[in-house]
Design a protein around this ligand. Structure first.
Ligand code: NDP
Length: 453
């Protein structure tokens, strides 16, 4: 068994040595999940719901501990990471409640009646990324278990700590052994084993579009169920009639939060030409207030990049970039990347089209509504987006025309566990959250009963 050194990206100090599981360990976890399935489904819904609520309460009770762990492991600000822990608890409460509410229907037929049953799939494989480790895990554990499945969860091996802790808290809550199995290993070995294992009936993946495509192709061999939450290049459209002060004040959080390592990051700001200069001025002023530093301090708005390797990747976009504003970064150790605001003249440049996954934003002008939507939709991605205007009809028209799954008007908020979340085009397949996600964790069965009439 090999080990991986986990590094605090703020201090570059070693925080833990993580042993990495093998394909054989993954097989053992799948076998444990398979064995636990009948027992999990035999617990009556009210009691299963109670177990998940206890799990949710334990997550909330450990929110500070979980938050500090996440911040040390990947550099997320403490305010954000504690918020994520509480959001993970709320997600678990929601799906605890869903257990008793998700059912089938009765459909009359000729000479009988049809009963539909949403049947659990069995063992599901959950694969999560490093940018929101704890929250991504909760997004998948909640519906997977609520639907009556058992799970093998593989976190990104560089940020496994909070997911391991969630696994411990699930056991402490009384969720039976084998129902939730956390296996820490590489994507190539553990992740891929989940894709190819015949007892894994579905893979739920969050990560990059490139890996998502490989996983989808891998699942095709067994017609394995697959859902994908992938990358984005989301647009923040600011019309001339918007409340510019409000739009500019909200824009830094929409891209620089979590150091830009956010699938929903509004990394393209499209501004109507007549207010372009004024918006840029307000946006830069707001960005200057976005403090970069020690993520453990409650006053810090942005920490370091999660890893040295990811910092190097972001620099392939930002090195030599002509910017309207570049912030300072803290002295000393740490994987720091400055905030960068660019106004490139070539909208086809890589920084305008590719997911940078860092604190780098492009601000581009547009002429009218049609032009804004053309630029916005000229992307392989379609995860989220924002529209800022005082004209309600225009807002709704533009929102309907945007090729993206999660849109906000006069706001940059993206994700709520009670509403469907997911992407158009190469940003994903299927939806997370809301009661609708349960369709992705169940197989619909129809039973016809002849009544002899
Ligand atoms: P990756 O695609 O590199 O990795 C995601 C997960 O997949 C990791 O656990 C990784 O393992 C695993 N993996 C890698 N290769 C394979 C493989 N061949 N088979 C099975 N599993 C594999 O993404 P990142 O971790 O770099 O995360 C960043 C990406 O995630 C961004 O593109 C971002 O937009 C996207 N994302 C999307 C979200 C959404 O909801 N749409 C939310 C959050 C992030 P390993 O640990 O070895 O890398």
């Amino acid at each position: 068994m090999s080990t991986l050194r986990l590094i605090n990206p703020t201090t570059t100090e070693l925080i833990a040595e993580q042993s990495l599981a093998t394909a054989a360990d993954t097989d053992a976890a799948v076998a444990a999940a398979k064995a636990a399935g009948p027992g999990w489904r035999a617990i009556n819904p009210a009691d299963r719901s109670r177990l998940m609520r206890r799990f949710a309460d334990l997550i909330a009770a450990h929110a500070q501990e979980l938050g500090e762990m996440e911040t040390r492991n990947m550099g997320m600000t403490i305010g954000n990471s504690v918020w994520c822990a509480n959001a993970a608890a709320d997600t678990m409460h929601y799906f605890a409640g869903a257990i008793e509410k998700h059912g089938g229907s009765t459909l009359p037929g000729v000479g009988g009646v049809n009963l539909t049953f949403p049947e659990p799939l069995g063992v599901v494989g959950l694969i999560t990324p490093w940018n929101f480790p704890m929250m991504m895990a909760a997004w998948k554990i909640g519906p997977a278990l609520a639907a009556g499945n058992t799970a093998v969860l593989k976190p990104a091996e560089i940020t496994p700590l909070t997911t391991i802790r969630l696994g411990q808290l699930a056991l402490e809550a009384g969720i039976p052994e084998g129902v939730l199995n956390v296996v820490v290993g590489t994507g190539q070995e553990v992740g891929w084993r989940l894709v190819e294992h015949r007892d894994v009936r579905k893979v739920a993946f969050t990560g990059s579009t490139a890996v998502g495509k490989r996983i989808m192709a891998g699942c095709a061999d067994q017609v394995k169920r697959v859902t994908l939450e992938l990358g984005g290049k989301s647009a923040n459209i600011v019309f001339a009639d918007a409340d510019l002060e409000k739009a500019a004040a909200a824009a830094p959080g929409a891209i620089f939060d979590n150091s830009g390592q956010d699938c929903c990051a509004r990394s393209r700001i499209l501004v109507q030409r007549s207010v372009f200069d004024r918006f840029l001025e307000l946006f830069i002023a707001a960005a200057k207030g976005f403090t970069i530093g020690d993520p453990m301090l409650p006053t810090t708005a942005m920490g370091p990049m999660a890893t040295e390797q990811h910092l190097a990747r972001v620099r392939t976009f930002s090195d030599g970039l002509d910017t309207a504003y570049t912030s300072d970064v803290p002295d000393g150790p740490g994987y720091w990347h400055p905030i960068m605001i660019a106004t490139p003249s070539d909208p086809t440049a890589a920084v305008c089209r590719d997911e940078v996954f860092g604190p780098v934003v492009v601000v581009l002008p547009f002429d009218d509504e049609a032009d804004a939507l053309r630029i916005c939709n000229d992307s392989d991605y379609g995860l989220s987006g924002s529209i800022w205007t005082r004209d309600g009809s225009k807002a709704l028209r533009a929102a309907r025309a945007m090729e993206a799954g999660t849109i906000s008007v006069n706001s940059n908020s993206s994700v709520r566990y009670w509403t469907p979340f997911g992407g158009f085009k190469q940003s994903g397949l299927g939806r997370e959250h809301s009661m609708k996600v349960l369709d992705h964790y169940t197989e619909m069965k129809n039973v016809f009963i002849a009544t002899g009439d």
